[in-house]
Design a protein around this ligand. Sequence first.
Ligand code: 8NA
Ligand code: MG
Ligand code: MG
Ligand code: MG
Length: 344
Amino acid sequence: MMAAAVSRFRGSLLGALLGDCIGAVFEGHTNVTKEFLFDYMKSLDKGERLKSVLTYTDDTAMARSIVQSILENDEFDVDDLADRFTTEYYRDPDRGYGMAVVHVFEKLASGEYKYVFSPAKEQFDGKGSYGNGAAMRVVGIPLAYPRIPDVIEYAKTSGMLTHASSLGYNGAILQALAVHYALQEELTPETFLDQLLDHMKEVETDKRSRSDALELEMDEFPYCNKLKKIKAFLAREDVTRKDIIKELGNGIAALESVPTAIYSFLRCLKPVPELPSELTNLQQTIAFCIMLGGDTDTIATMAAAIAGAYHGEEQIPLNWKLSAESYKDAEDWGEKLHQLYCKR
Ligand code: 8NA
Ligand code: MG
Ligand code: MG
Ligand code: MG
């Protein structure tokens, strides 16, 4: 049965929150054992984690800033967003931010920069960050804007505040488009991927994307190439964890994590034999991402934002939801974003 619209918006924000909170427990692990992960998930089911709630990390802290900025301004406002990112970082700096991105906040706070995009451009000797930080936080944009050109423009602009490399902000565009298409009623993995491919072809044709790929010694159209790999993987029955890590990645670069999140969502549309059958698709998606190890909080937050937009909040058990810090905001903001989306 199709999830009702508002449930998809709340499901997306709650999924993103839970992917981050649960994934953070395993962040950086190279070998996540099934036993440990499944026991952990059982303890969530039973409500054993309710006494000390699971805290969210930088992924959710920044996603919250984007959502609050849109809701309070009724529009996307990049200067306001830069302020919020910076204020939030100084309010609560120990959320596990990326090593380099904190320099952007320091520079934004210094008052010495006229343009909000300038500090990001100075990262990595002028090359800009290609980390997954722009993608991990983008979910609010496709939940607020129904039109594709807006989704692309605001995903890019919000990303460029910290990630000036096209590999960084193009990852945010791809993640935002994935959430957008997951919100729509009909979805087959084939058409979903074809639509993403069509847009990313256009996105990656621009001069900056081509020169960045060249400079990083990769083939042109890096995101399109990953989307094609996802297609090939979905057609096979014998794809291993090792294959996924090697071909799609599980790292902190956007190119090595956004496609992995998309694949994980699509793979978990069908039951995964390795995973407990009592888990819903959305729960399986989170478990699937975490079992890959590496940047588990970020890959799980992105995959579950997509899965939540598709399956709706009904796939999130009550005790999972209650275990996460600030889950009420996700419910409340999901409803408000739904209203905004319908109004536009
Ligand atoms: P970022 O901009 O600091 O990028 C993250 C990292 O990517 C950097 O510290 C570099 O190591 C690397 N990097 C990015 N661009 C370049 C470049 N041009 N040249 C060389 N190296 C580069 O921060 P971000 O916001 O993108 O980071 C997001 C990630 O950090 C998320 O996973 C988030 O959860 C957090 N985090 C990750 C880990 C982890 O081990 N996976 C641990 C703590 C925090
Ligand atoms: Mg994090
Ligand atoms: Mg303003
Ligand atoms: Mg992470």
